[in-house]
Design a binder for this molecule. Structure first.
Ligand SMILES: [Zn+2]
Ligand SMILES: [Zn+2]
Length: 334
């Protein structure tokens, strides 16, 4: 922590100055931007602001980030922030304007920030392609073109990082989630033993008192109102509840994964149903690292509400030979 802070000290100081100036200019009191400047993963030394409304928020989200599970499926690849027509739209971060003009009948501005690219629409642009913009610099105004918030008006704000859509709001929000695994020692002890089953099911419950709050299958998304596949089983889990590996295996992935929030993925041994992989989403903390081998029941992290989530719970997914499956068919009692 000390090393990385030292390494980015000069650029962070410059970025903090920019944030400070913004705060002075707008009278914003939130410290969110400054906090992210020093600690935001992937945005080290760089300040990010909301593109409309108070730079550090809060903003009024009409639609939250809800990326599709596959690139060809419908989804919402950004966030919609309520704002009046004519409101100033500004660059969320420093960068260079890559596109500014009509696209499919709407005014669109695209800004390159290195590995991150942000998009803004519908916008009547006042910038030109190739122009350098500082964080918070005006890009134009919110256009009167009816958008998907009609009859209300909103700015659709998107972000991509290395070709993957990501939640643009995560650029600005305080870094409440530490992405680095904290290790078992930081956890407050082992979770209670799992319920006795003796059924020989290939997987065991990922939380101590399993209570399904939303099953796998088609449903109306609670945040976006869109009818789509709920690709896992939701278990009620208070914030901070230990979440454990449903079987012995090896951690293959740990990180922020868009709408899934902080997610841990574990690959298990081959079973009669094929090779099983499980993932644990919306975690507040991860307790394991990629490559780590786990016994069944090992705590992989703590329940949380990161990503697109309306409250602390566990979104538990199962793949059999890489195909999505209903987790309940692998759990005891089925
Ligand atoms: Zn939108
Ligand atoms: Zn879920």
């Amino acid at each position: 922590m000390h090393r990385s802070l030292t390494a980015v000290a000069s650029s962070a100081r410059r970025a903090l100055l920019v944030v400070l100036v913004l705060h002075l200019a707008t009278g914003a009191t939130g410290a969110a931007s400054a906090g992210v400047t020093a600690s935001g993963p992937g945005v080290l030394g760089r300040a990010w602001v909301y593109p409309v409304g108070p730079p550090a928020g809060p903003v009024d989200l009409v639609h939250d980030f809800d990326p599709p599970d596959d690139p060809w499926l419908p989804g919402h690849r950004g966030v919609d922030i309520a704002a009046p027509v004519g409101a100033e739209v500004r660059a969320a971060g420093s960068g260079r304007v890559r596109y500014a003009g009509p696209l499919a009948g709407r005014g669109v501005v695209v800004v390159d920030h290195g590995t991150v690219r942000t998009t803004y629409e519908p916008v009547a642009a006042t910038v030109t392609v190739g122009q350098r913009v500082h964080v918070g610099a005006p890009l134009g105004t919110l256009a009167a073109t009816p958008g998907h918030c009609a009859p209300a008006s909103c700015l659709h704000w998107g972000a991509r990082e290395r070709g993957r859509y990501r939640d643009p709001g995560a650029l600005v929000r305080p870094a409440a989630v530490r992405l680095l695994p904290l290790g078992e020692r930081t956890l407050s002890g082992d979770p209670p033993p799992p319920p006795a089953t003796g059924t020989g099911a290939p997987l065991d419950w990922p939380v101590a008192q399993p209570r399904v709050t939303s099953p796998y299958g088609m449903r109306v998304h609670p945040v976006t109102g869109v009818y789509k596949l709920h690709d896992g089983t939701d278990f009620g889990a208070a914030c901070g509840t230990p979440v454990r590996s449903a079987a012995a295996g090896q951690v293959t992935d740990v990180g922020m994964r868009g709408a899934y929030g902080l997610q841990v993925t574990v690959r298990h041994a081959r079973t009669a149903a094929g090779e099983l992989t499980t993932s644990y989403s919306h975690l507040s903390r991860a307790a394991v690292s990629p490559g780590q081998r786990l016994p069944a029941g090992r705590t992989v992290g703590l329940a949380g509400t990161t990503g697109s989530s309306t409250g602390c719970h566990l979104h538990f997914m199962v793949y059999a030979d890489a195909a999505l499956a209903d987790p309940m068919t692998f759990l005891p009692g089925q």
